[in-house]
Design a protein around this ligand. Structure first.
Ligand code: DGL
Length: 291
């Protein structure tokens, strides 16, 4: 009787280890979970580690060097968790720290966010679009580059809209009877009065109130579209994983649901945060909290 010895090449074990490493996501708070929701939908076989810097949220009013330092600390933490790819799921952090993060970790694929202004400009019929974002994003080079390279050549007016209460409103679970909600309703009317036909949600917290905006648009019977970057980011992550041969190996066992737990880490916890995270990612998704 002959026996066969199957040898596993050490390189292939190493590759499998890398492929099955988690994807890291970072935001100042819970906003990046809107990006996570797209990723989990598009890449369900991946594992995800999320870092929310709730101790320092919001980032939008901070100066550039402060945002850069906080973001580099977060990216370093995710790198130390063994992440194979990191998404800076925050427009403000991307605007002020994406280049620095890539310089620090040149071997690591790092994806950043920029408001989805380009598709809005290309689709706009009225030639007037609005970008809703934080002060840090609106003043950052990434967005202004798109304005100079796309909006100006297409003779499209870009209104920059900033309300410092929007991020805290989302972090508070978006109470409908708040002053922030009333301001937002009124702002939709103002945009319509100025022939804005595309609203670009340029902050990852904002897709969580997309339904609220849409209800207002429908109620006022406005022809206004809402765009955000979530879907495009998930597609970008997928193509980078393919390019770097880092897509997670599908689990053969059919009993394994494509619903791996999300590992969530925050720099400051309170009881409400856990309720909010579960609400934002959906009750059927298992979340594992790291302290
Ligand atoms: N989600 C962050 C962004 O996309 C929020 C920034 C903040 O903390 O102000 O910009």
């Amino acid at each position: 009787m002959s026996s066969q010895v199957l040898s596993v090449h050490p390189d292939s074990r190493m590759t499998d280890h890398k492929r099955n490493a988690p994807i890291g996501l970072f935001d100042s708070g819970v906003g990046g979970l809107s990006v996570y929701n797209h990723l989990a939908e598009q890449l369900p076989a991946e594992r995800y580690v999320y870092y929310a810097d709730t101790l320092h949220v919001p980032y939008g009013n901070r100066d550039s060097s402060d945002i850069e330092a906080l973001t580099l600390a977060a990216v370093t933490w995710l790198y130390e968790q063994g992440c194979k790819l990191i998404v800076i799921a925050c427009n403000s952090a991307s605007a002020h720290a994406l280049d620095a993060a890539r310089r620090h970790y040149p071997q690591l694929p790092i994806v950043g966010l920029v408001p989805a202004l380009k598709p809005a400009v290309l689709a706009s019929q009225s030639g007037h679009v609005a970008v809703l974002a934080t002060k840090a994003t609106l003043n950052g080079t990434l967005l202004n580059k798109v304005i100079n390279e796309v909006a100006i050549p297409y003779q499209t007016t870009v209104t920059k809209y900033f309300d410092p209460m929007l991020v805290p409103w989302v972090e508070a679970g978006m109470p409908k009877n708040s002053e922030t909600a009333a301001c937002l309703r009124e702002q939709v009317r103002n945009f319509a009065d100025n022939q804005v036909d595309y609203l670009v949600l340029g902050c990852t917290h904002y897709p969580f109130f997309k339904a609220f905006l849409q209800a207002e648009i429908d109620k006022q019977q406005l022809s206004m579209q809402i765009v955000d970057s979530g879907q495009a980011i998930a597609a970008r992550v997928q193509s980078l994983l393919v390019e770097h041969e880092l897509l997670a190996k599908p689990i053969d066992d059919n009993s394994q649901p494509n619903n791996l737990p999300l590992t969530f880490y925050a720099s400051k916890y309170d009881a409400f945060l856990i309720v909010l995270v579960q609400q934002l990612v959906g009750v059927d998704r298992q979340v594992y909290y790291l302290r």
